[in-house]
Design a protein around this ligand. Structure first.
Ligand SMILES: [Zn+2]
Length: 209
């Protein structure tokens, strides 16, 4: 028997200033095609997001090197969450650029990496990479492979960025990007009251006499 949904959700940083700021920053998405965005109208917008962060999303651009879910399917969530994904990708991309620059500043690190490569002991990938972005049970799921040169402090920062994005998604309408709420019944996604009318509270089941 599985635990109730509310209990299964980690709530460690839910009320943190970082999450409140993230929710405030999210702008509604204008696709110019529909009054409300639909996933199938977002190809152009999705390509724009993926192109802006070429290191983090390199598996999408070089699928023959990186066989990942995102290289096959792209971003699998509504456009309302794209600003959350962009904010995360911007911060991670900057970390990746710093990480790569460091290798050049410290040739011994490059030597260690190349020795490992020559001996076949280096792990894949060299730089952290996004492998999957999807929606599961009303929450943004972002998967990352950290690879062989990512120090613990950088991995921790990237992990925190991911957690902030995931927690923010619980309060942002996946369809349009306005403030939203998780819909418990059959939708099982986060919507604002304009996209999907608020749910009636679910009455407890009557106990048989
Ligand atoms: Zn909405």
């Amino acid at each position: 028997m599985t635990a109730p949904r509310a209990q299964r959700r980690p709530k460690t940083i839910e009320n943190s200033p970082a999450v409140r700021q993230m929710v405030k920053l999210v702008e509604p998405v204008d696709t110019e095609l529909h009054p409300q965005p639909r996933v199938w109208t977002l190809t152009y917008r999705q390509n724009e997001v993926l192109a802006k962060y070429p290191l983090f999303f390199r598996s999408v651009h070089y699928p023959w090197t990186y066989s990942t879910n995102i290289s096959h399917f792209g971003i699998l969530c509504g456009g309302g969450w794209y600003p959350i994904i962009e904010a995360l990708a911007r911060k991670v991309e900057s970390e990746l650029r710093d990480l790569w620059r460091e290798q050049i500043q410290f040739p011994e690190r490059l030597a260690v990496l190349e020795t490992a490569r020559a001996r076949g002991t280096s792990t894949f990938p060299v730089l952290p990479i996004c492998t999957d972005i999807t929606q599961v049970d009303g929450e943004l799921k972002i998967e990352i492979l950290y690879g062989s040169i990512c120090p613990e402090d950088v991995a921790k920062r990237i992990g925190d960025f991911v957690e902030v994005a995931q927690v923010s998604s619980r309060y942002v309408c996946e369809s349009c990007g306005r403030r939203g709420q998780y819909r418990e019944s059959h939708w099982r996604r986060v919507y604002c009251d304009d996209c999907i009318a608020p749910e009636e509270p679910i009455a407890p089941l009557a106990t048989p006499a």
